[in-house]
Ligand binder design. Structure first.
Ligand SMILES: C[S@@+](CC[C@H](N)C(=O)[O-])C[C@H]1O[C@@H](n2cnc3c(N)ncnc32)[C@H](O)[C@@H]1O
Length: 229
């Protein structure tokens, strides 16, 4: 049978999978922070700006990899020094060079043009200590109580490119026991507020990120016509 050239063309475009070009963990696949990584890749592809992560862990591996892929800077913040000390013992956890900045340190001579800037300290202090550049992607996954999540969100907001997105973890707790600060906390209250904000598009993926919600927020175009987003 003669091969249909249009179908062949479609197959070659779609069926040739990206393999290592996309941050898709062979082991975890869509589980845990896999969807975040894929969405972050999408935003970095279409937006200028850098990466910020509040709350270290699996997402750190994806973000450092994406910073290298898109030649951007990644900024990482966690209050627990040991997380970074441990991660830095593993080759490839952070891709490329890094600099460590500690809360309360004299920052006057610190160069911040490294691909990975690791801030060890409280996220609210970080926004005062570091002059962050514009961001394409940010993840809020640090302190989980409403006041902290809210502060992180509004500190990030002026930095995010109109073509970028802010992601928040844990805003969809499965039950009230999860309102504990060591589980999801009370950040879901901010999700409710953001959903009512007419300037924002807010969507929560529920079967993702350990099944406690991955919320994506983007700014609506202020000059949009009534039929545009
Ligand atoms: C749930 S974990 C982050 C998980 C990570 N994003 C992942 O993908 O595995 C939350 C982290 O936030 C950090 N944290 C808690 N409060 C913080 C704060 N006020 N500022 C910065 N980091 C904070 C904790 O030390 C902890 O490592």
């Amino acid at each position: 049978m003669e091969i249909h050239s249009g179908s062949q063309d479609t197959y070659e475009k779609v069926g040739t999978f990206a393999g290592e070009e996309l941050p898709f963990s062979k082991y975890l696949r869509w589980d845990r922070m896999g969807l975040l990584a894929i969405l972050a890749d999408f935003y970095l592809n279409y937006s200028k700006g850098n990466i910020l992560e509040i709350g270290a862990g699996e997402s750190t591996v994806y973000f450092s990899w994406l910073a290298r892929k898109y030649n951007r800077q990644a900024f990482f913040c966690d209050i627990q020094q040991s997380i970074y000390v441990n991660a830095l013992t593993v080759d490839g956890y952070f891709q490329g060079e890094h600099i460590i900045i500690r809360e309360g340190e004299d920052k006057t001579n610190i160069k911040s043009n490294f691909p990975n800037t690791i801030y060890i300290g409280d996220s609210t202090k970080m926004f005062k200590d570091i002059n962050l550049p514009s961001l394409a992607v940010a993840l809020i996954d640090g302190g989980h109580m409403y006041e902290q999540v809210k502060k992180d969100f509004w500190n990030i907001f002026p930095l995010i490119e109109e073509t970028g997105a802010i992601f928040l973890h844990d805003l969809n707790p499965p039950n009230e026991e999860y309102h504990n600060e060591n589980l999801c906390g009370t950040g879901f209250r901010l999700r409710k507020e953001l959903e009512e904000n007419k300037d924002l598009d807010v969507f929560t993926f529920v079967r993702s990120a350990i099944n406690v919600g991955l919320t994506m927020v983007r700014v609506r175009n202020k000059n949009r016509k009534y039929f545009q987003a």
